[in-house]
Design a protein around this ligand. Sequence first.
Ligand SMILES: Cc1cc2nc3c(=O)[nH]c(=O)nc-3n(C[C@H](O)[C@H](O)[C@H](O)COP(=O)(O)OP(=O)(O)OC[C@H]3O[C@@H](n4cnc5c(N)ncnc54)[C@H](O)[C@@H]3O)c2cc1C
Length: 353
Amino acid sequence: MSGGAGCVIVGGGPAGMVLGLLLARRGVRVQVLERHADFERDFRGDTIHPSTMEMLDRIGAAEQLHQLRHGKLRAMRFVTPQKTWRLVQLDHLKTRFPYIMIAPQARFLEFLHERARRYAHFSLVFDASVQELIEEDGVVKGVRYEDAQGQRHDVRATLTVAADGRSSRLGRLAGLEPVPQAPEMDVLWLRFPKKIGDLPDEGALYSGDGKFMVVFDREKEWQAGYVIAKGGYKRLREEGIAQLQRHVARLVPWLADRVGALDKLRAGGPIEEADLAEVQRRREPVVAQIQRVQAAIQHRVVGESLQHQRPFAPPLPIRLLLATPFLRDIPARMVAFGPHPYRLERADEHPPA
Ligand SMILES: Cc1cc2nc3c(=O)[nH]c(=O)nc-3n(C[C@H](O)[C@H](O)[C@H](O)COP(=O)(O)OP(=O)(O)OC[C@H]3O[C@@H](n4cnc5c(N)ncnc54)[C@H](O)[C@@H]3O)c2cc1C
């Protein structure tokens, strides 16, 4: 891009891509620079609001947008153990789109990209990590970015837009002071597998015991935001994963059967001794029980036969057990499944690559 023309947008998130599309549509030469290699990010805003849909409708893109696989949130429910309120009822709004559309942000960004690149004067560069501003006489004239091979490139433009997210590097470079906010809470994002029979409108804001959790319907899973007091994460960690599982199960009872999916190892750790101790706490009694039974069998049944070279005969209590119709399956079940079988849920399965 040569000096004096066009716009360079740093950041290919929703802000950068929507702006890029709108400017390109107006004939402005636009270059978007995105430091990642694609749009795939986990756990980001999957909600597309009526204002965005109306805007896309005005440029003739709403129908194509609706071809994305999506869900529709028509009311926001607030669920407490006592009562459910429909707090925000979008379906009464006078708009063509009286709902919030739920679609993975990556798909939405791909859609915007597909629309924008219909204009020859639009371009998006992936793997372009902006490092510096180009300044001349105190005026920003573009940016300098590094590509995946570490090569540096200059992009000159009339207008430079920092759409690089909440911890904007460009903002810092330009000396812009972020306005600090002090929200009272932090949110711990969790994922739970979907199961057959889950209803689409089970996503809601749940409250009980002074705790809150918001649950969103993502295409293949439930995304849940467990709300904690600002700075409360350390305490939550100290309490351990089992305590969090109990809180979640109490707050959202229909998730109780899958709180075991809060598995740190799959999420990339870190794993601490306390986590391993928790696994040990759950499984050790079962293993010990099985080992006791094995030892008893080895000692009293097999061992005695071997030692005294007597023909094998099960002790009387076992013979009685085996002769009783309701009880005779117990040994087989113990051998087959152990005292407390661990049930793997099909829905826990991570799809193969
Ligand atoms: C955990 C989490 C959950 C969220 N859940 C929701 C939700 O459910 N619903 C909702 O509506 N919103 C949600 N949000 C907020 C949502 O992510 C933001 O509203 C939205 O992504 C902001 O868009 P943006 O384009 O301003 O910034 P971003 O989406 O952050 O995009 C900025 C882009 O700039 C790129 N970038 C950064 N630095 C550089 C650089 N130096 N050079 C080049 N590129 C750079 C980044 O890679 C990124 O792609 C969530 C956010 C988080 C963190």
